[in-house]
Design a protein around this ligand. Sequence first.
Ligand code: FES
Length: 109
Amino acid sequence: MPKMTFIERDGTRKEVDAPLGLSVLEIAHKHGVDIEGACEGSLACSTCHVVVEGDWFGRLNKPTEDEEDMLDLAFDLQETSRLGCQIIMTDKLDGLVVKLPSGTRNALG
Ligand code: FES
């Protein structure tokens, strides 16, 4: 089974099993990683925002326009920001590393 790593807000790296076909958001929830995902993957929030590490960003499918629009609303937006619910685990993404942003808009509001 593929694995992926979350870098939590305090810098802790957490390597977890990443079943094929699950989104990064679902994988986070399965392992108790603190990503909110308020709309459960329907592209109606930006609380599943993650920052993709290293050269993984270029290996992901391009974001849709809807995802980009939502990302524009994300707190702490960075060059390699994506929505966790839109990254689906494949064999190619075995070893993926994403970092949790410093906060989300909802969490601050
Ligand atoms: S969970 Fe709302 S956009 Fe991803």
